[in-house]
Design a protein around this ligand. Structure first.
Ligand SMILES: Nc1nc2c(ncn2[C@@H]2O[C@H](COP(=O)(O)O[C@H]3[C@@H](O)[C@H](n4cnc5c(=O)[nH]c(N)nc54)O[C@@H]3COP(=O)(O)O)[C@@H](O)[C@H]2O)c(=O)[nH]1
Length: 517
């Protein structure tokens, strides 16, 4: 599905938009939670100050020791109220009756003290108490101790804070919640201590926290986007713009990722890991008789994205320094392919391409583990290309390996690279493979083809066989035979085949056979 760009691009655009929407939501939510936490903590500090100031006022007045609602007593009560922002009224009690208040003065009819809603730290608290001195039209929070009470309003504290935020102040005693001020039921009883507890819904966020003793708690909540109340369209416009750009960038990012997924480098790396290399075999023919005498192993690669040509993957394998891994995988597979080969006509010549770098770095020595117990009808030949100079520092060991395992050596693409005669002599070369570029147009006497007799002369000096590569027609066959070339391979005879087809080819064109399993 992803290989179809008509689907891939809209899909990645949509995914990019969705991801950016989620990111916007998460970022905006965490911004709101942080903001609410800051507001809540500051508010709670103000709240605690207000309450403790009220306690102090009540304590200070009690300490003055008035027993009557005298002028001096009222004066002191009014002075305390004047000095406070949050105390709206102060009352004086005598024998359980409210006898005067700063707001109403001396009451004609004293008011009987009722049961408090809560008692915290010895202070009685009335919640949302309708004040009789104001004909029950005003309610407030009352705090009383000894002969004095104060009427508190939290409005002052809350007024200073953000209008877009909702608050609830509650008192909590024995697990029972009493609403003190603000929006009812905002506090969900999630907080137990001064630790801020946050909760998020899809469209709103809230925090809760309580005082040291957990008696007074605060809930603060804000609906998402409320800040944009004045300009909701601006907010929506901004979100859409961000989503659009994310969608477009995600198309580009995904295309880059898709290219990476399909890159030859990644496919080859995975191919090495998963043994994706398949041996194909191209027959080597004796020109005189037309008989098959062996084959060259040629690597093929296929994965779920399709096939890669050797010219694409061979350089990448080399760049990734995975040449030996690939060769090892192919040797193992081909030894298995030819395990049951039988011969009535001499050994079967199996030519395996080896990267020059694996000769230079000694990786080739690892092949002795693979070649220990192979079919005796096989004559293994390591084919080394001329495209890289051989470094002979480890030659002794390489020669030992070749000797011990009866492995022959051929030089591939001869005439195009770095080989020199003394090196070839040292390696005891068995075969020179003449590069296809010499064979092309041999029938018309191309300039390059006129060099073939020189290669034949070198091979004679080395006592080596010659295989002509890339033979494509009978005219070339005729010319090569005239030049005393004995062996060849090329599409004129057969292309490289997978083992199943190559077996059939062998059965028809040679005396080699396979035991039936
Ligand atoms: N180190 C390794 N190199 C390998 C291995 N397998 C392949 N190769 C190298 O990759 C190059 C390309 O190989 P490939 O595409 O397999 O081509 C080979 C033949 O298919 C092609 N050929 C053979 N006959 C003809 C022909 O008549 N006409 C024509 N146009 N092409 C023909 O030539 C390639 C054989 O090359 P060579 O190895 O030089 O004999 C190539 O350089 C391979 O060497 C591997 O396992 N390891």
């Amino acid at each position: 599905m992803l290989s179809n760009s008509n689907i891939r691009k809209p899909l990645s655009f949509f995914v990019g938009m969705l991801v950016s929407l989620i990111v916007i939501y998460v970022l905006y939510s965490s911004f709101l939670i942080n903001k609410l936490t800051l507001v809540g903590e500051r508010l709670f500090l103000d709240l605690e100050n207000t309450i403790s100031q009220s306690y102090n006022v009540v304590d200070r007045l009690n300490n003055l020791g008035f027993s009557q609602c005298s002028k001096a007593n009222l004066f002191n009560m009014r002075k305390e109220q004047f000095n406070s922002n949050d105390i709206k009224d102060i009352g004086f009690f005598k024998d359980g009756f409210l006898v005067c208040t700063t707001g109403a003065g001396i009451l004609e009819k004293p008011i009987k003290e009722s049961e408090p809603n809560l008692i915290i730290n010895g202070y009685s608290i009335w919640v949302n108490k309708a004040l009789k001195t104001f004909e029950s039209k005003i309610s407030g929070v009352l705090i009383q101790k000894g002969n004095y009470n104060v009427v508190l309003s939290f409005e002052g504290i809350l007024k200073e804070h953000d209008k877009n935020i909702q608050y609830q102040i509650v008192a909590r005693k024995n697990g029972q919640i009493s609403h003190l001020y603000g929006v009812n039921n905002l506090f969900q009883n999630n907080a137990n201590s001064t630790e801020v507890v946050t909760s998020s819904g899809f469209l709103s966020h809230s925090i809760e926290l309580c005082g040291n003793q957990g008696n007074v708690c605060l809930a603060v909540s804000q609906r998402n986007y409320i800040e944009f109340n004045d300009v909701p369209s601006l907010f929506i416009f901004l979100v859409i713009i961000i989503m659009f750009f994310s969608g477009v960038s995600s198309i580009h990012l995904f295309e880059l990722y898709y290219q990476y997924l399909r890159s030859t480098k990644r496919r080859v790396r995975r191919g090495i890991k998963n043994n994706r290399f398949i041996p194909y075999y191209q027959a080597i023919i004796e020109l005189k008789s037309g008989k098959v005498i062996g084959c060259e192993l040629l690597a093929r690669f296929e994965d779920n994205m399709g096939a890669l040509y050797p010219d694409e993957f061979i350089p990448v394998v080399s760049d990734l320094n995975k040449s030996w891994e690939m060769t090892e995988c192919l040797i193992n597979k081909s030894l298995e392919d030819f395990k049951l080969l039988t011969s009535k006509d001499g050994p079967f010549y199996l030519s395996i391409n080896i990267f020059p770098k694996d000769v230079n770095n000694g990786n080739i020595l690892k092949s002795s583990n693979l070649l220990g117990d192979i079919n005796k009808n096989l004559q293994i030949c390591f084919e080394i290309t001329e495209d890289e100079e051989l470094n002979f520092s480890g030659l002794d060991k390489v020669l030992n390996l070749l000797g011990e395992n009866n492995i022959k050596v051929s030089i591939d693409d001869f005439g195009t690279g770095y080989s020199n005669l003394s090196q070839l002599k040292l390696l005891k070369i068995d075969t020179l493979k003449i590069d296809k570029s010499f064979i092309d147009e041999v029938e018309t006497g191309s300039i390059r083809s006129t060099l073939i007799p020189n290669i034949v002369a070198i091979a004679n000096k080395l006592n080596a066989n010659i295989i002509a590569e890339g033979v494509e027609n009978q005219l070339q066959v005729d010319e090569l035979m005239k030049m005393n070339i004995e062996f060849c391979q090329g599409w004129h005879y057969v292309k490289a085949l997978p083992i199943k087809d190559f077996k059939t080819y062998l059965l028809v064109n040679s005396k080699f056979d396979f035991f039936k399993r």
